[in-house]
Design a protein around this ligand. Structure first.
Ligand SMILES: [Mg+2]
Length: 345
């Protein structure tokens, strides 16, 4: 049986990367777990970044597909990736968990191990949270991550200008490929080796890349690829009121991933950013390859949508529609009985 809240909290406080760390690990956390609220003190001249993300069993993970360590890691990685996309430094996390009454304690321990290992890797303190019994036999986790950034310096989605170059970090499609293999394994019964798909099971948030881009004032707009390149590029275009042209052959694809998986598969947690064309961008930042995939263009007049994204593939130009996770959402809303399916987002 999972531990009652009090002993769960006591357990968390004993784990590295959690609890009342005070000045020992981070000057910002004045008070961590154990009081009514945490106390954080941000230095003058800094702004606070706040992001919140659900991890829901059956939607974002499946217990038969993902180890508890992977679920805990991915839960925090989603929030860290959002902080990376602003060019910020992650500082503190707050975790709310609703757990089924019959969930084995070993699962909770594994989840916390995965989450706290990633937290300590990035100097993030788990500074509070809440636990409750889930009314359904499903695990629900909600994480809030707080980050810091120099006042006025956060990289927004809205700064892309016509003529800017468009870049992505790393390789795309690895997570969608792993999901595809996982769903095939339902029929074949063959187990997937998570070590072969680290980008899906244990994604590394691109904090160092975001930090570098901010420090060198290189990026005009940025977003993390959680929904999929097609959807996230539309988000930048929408907020910046611009269009985009990208080339299929320039998109860095993970080994074995199709173009469709690279374009529309979510949860790659790479960064998509724009920069003035004249600005020299390193081919690799903090050990992560950076590739130019296209150009920001002016918003097309008279276009049906407020923004226009074109993809050039084998000499042919076609409109690139946002078909990331929203596509899956639409699909499943047509079939209300399939709510329990795991979808990429
Ligand atoms: Mg994001």
């Amino acid at each position: 049986l999972p531990l009652a809240e009090k002993s769960l909290i006591a357990r968390i406080r004993r784990m590295p990367g959690a609890g009342l760390s005070g000045a020992a690990t981070s000057g910002l956390i004045r008070l961590g777990i154990g009081d009514d609220t945490a106390i954080l003190r941000f230095p003058a001249g800094q702004e606070v970044l706040v992001t919140t993300d659900f991890s829901l069993e059956g939607v974002h993970f499946r217990r038969d597909w993902h180890s508890p360590e992977s679920v805990g890691h991915r839960c925090l990685a989603r929030g860290l990736s959002d902080i990376a996309a602003m060019g910020g430094e992650p500082e503190a996390a707050f975790l709310s968990l609703a757990l089924p009454a019959r969930l084995p304690q070993a699962w909770v321990d594994g989840f916390l191990r995965g989450l706290l290992a990633l937290a300590s890797q990035y100097g993030v303190t788990l500074a509070g949270g809440d636990t409750a019994q889930s009314p359904k036999e499903r695990i629900l986790a909600d994480i809030v991550v707080l980050g810091s950034v120099l006042q006025g310096k956060a990289v927004r989605r809205s700064g892309a200008k016509p003529g800017d170059a468009i870049y992505v970090t790393g390789e795309l499609g690895a997570s969608a490929l792993a999901l595809k293999k996982l769903s095939l394994s339902l029929h074949s019964g063959k187990k997937l080796n998570p070590k072969k798909y680290p980008r899906h099971f244990f994604p590394e948030p691109r904090i160092a890349v975001g930090r570098y881009l901010l420090a060198h004032a290189m990026a005009s707009a940025m977003i993390d690829l959680s929904d999929g390149l097609s959807t996230d590029l539309h988000h930048i275009c929408e907020e910046s009121r611009v269009g985009a042209h990208i080339s299929a052959e320039l998109i860095p694809r993970a080994e074995g991933a199709t173009l469709q998986q690279a374009l529309h598969g979510g949860e790659d947690y790479e960064l998509l950013f724009t920069a003035p064309a004249k600005r020299k961008i390193p081919r690799s930042i903090a050990g992560v390859p950076v590739r130019r995939i296209g150009t920001v263009v002016q918003q097309k007049r008279g276009s049906r949508t407020s923004h226009h994204v074109m993809i050039l593939d084998h000499g042919k130009a076609a409109e690139l529609l946002p078909r990331g996770w929203e596509h899956f959402a639409r699909e499943s809303s047509k079939k209300p009985k399939s709510k329990s399916q795991a979808s990429p987002k």
